[in-house]
Design a protein around this ligand. Structure first.
Ligand code: NDP
Length: 286
């Protein structure tokens, strides 16, 4: 049996359509669009593309969006100054500082300076803490997107066994917490996990967030499992691939995300969702 494909591109389009419609209602109600400010320090090629796409996608959704491009030589103090200005600006609802930052700038320092109510990446410790305690938070976009993909393919998470491979603060840990909040029984696996294939084979829902090309194969997939592949890797011939060996895993899974066209497009769609949410919360609590 071959798995059904979870079409992240189509679902992301649907999310963006919903956001666009809600932005129009927001403008009609509150007289201004939600505002997203994206900050890029330096010329990292991937970051240049990502930030341009974020700015463009926000504009397409009817938001006000602005890209602040700073030189590689920007000091930590200068960057913190800009973040504080954006914190104080009432027309700014979302602030995103693109990572990675140049080595001379402490990422933690910058992320912790962003006003948590404008932290649309969901990386501030306050938002992580709120997520952990099951309270309303701004949730990191990639795991949020994965949850929407699971919902769209009708996965029943209540009581399901979920295994998340990877324990980063931006993907693995928040993903595990979101699954737990939906009543899954969750295991987090990582580089020290013993007998990873056996752990993964227990999963009704398997989420791969490792960063190693095609590391999880048929041996890691329980028949009928739903497989979400967060990984973005390049093979030796320059092609994009995930952490899951798609061709092998799809013969055992019931549903599976492709790479590209799975989780990737959801991340930016969920950034739009978070920006609108941040704007709604700020303006309605003011
Ligand atoms: P990190 O490098 O921060 O974390 C990787 C995790 O994988 C770590 O917890 C690490 O364990 C674990 N790991 C590494 N090797 C193994 C192994 N052999 N067996 C089991 N676990 C292992 O990565 P990120 O979480 O930031 O990203 C993961 C992947 O997702 C990357 O490919 C990244 O490009 C992609 N990504 C995709 C996004 C999208 O929009 N689609 C957004 C963000 C990330 P340990 O903690 O023990 O070192």
């Amino acid at each position: 049996m071959s798995a059904q494909i979870i079409d992240g591109k189509a679902i992301a389009q649907k999310v963006r359509g919903e956001v666009t419609q809600n932005v129009a209602e927001f403008v009609a109600r509150l007289g201004r669009p939600p505002g997203l400010d994206v900050v890029l320090v330096g010329e990292n090629q991937a970051s240049v593309v990502y930030t341009r796409n974020k700015e463009k996608t926000a504009t397409e959704a009817g938001m006000r969006s602005r890209l602040h491009k700073l030189p590689e030589s920007t000091s930590e103090a200068e960057l913190l100054d800009l973040v504080r200005q954006l914190n104080a600006d009432p027309n700014v609802d979302g602030i995103l500082v693109q990572l990675p930052l140049p080595k001379h700038i402490r990422e933690d320092r910058v992320l912790e300076t962003i006003d948590p109510s404008k932290d649309v990446d969901g990386f501030h410790a306050l938002n992580s803490g709120l997520l952990m305690s099951g309270r309303p938070a701004l949730v990191p976009c990639t795991p949020l997107g994965c949850m929407r993909l699971l919902k769209e393919c009708g996965t029943d998470l209540k009581g399901a066994r979920a295994v998340v491979v990877g324990r980063s603060n931006i993907v693995g840990k928040p993903m595990a917490l979101l699954l737990l909040a939906e009543h899954a029984t969750v295991t987090i696996a990582h580089s020290r996990t013993k007998d990873l294939p056996a752990v993964c084979r227990e999963a009704d829902v398997l989420v791969a967030a490792v960063g190693k090309a095609k590391m999880l194969g048929a041996d890691h997939v329980k028949p009928g499992a739903v497989v979400i592949d967060v990984g973005i890797n390049r093979t030796d011939d320059g092609k994009l691939c995930g952490d899951v060996d798609f061709d092998a895993a799809k013969e055992k899974a019931s549903w599976i995300t492709p790479v590209p066209g799975g989780v990737g497009p959801m991340t930016i769609a969920c950034l739009m969702y978070n920006t609108l949410l941040a704007a709604e919360r700020r303006l309605t609590s003011a």
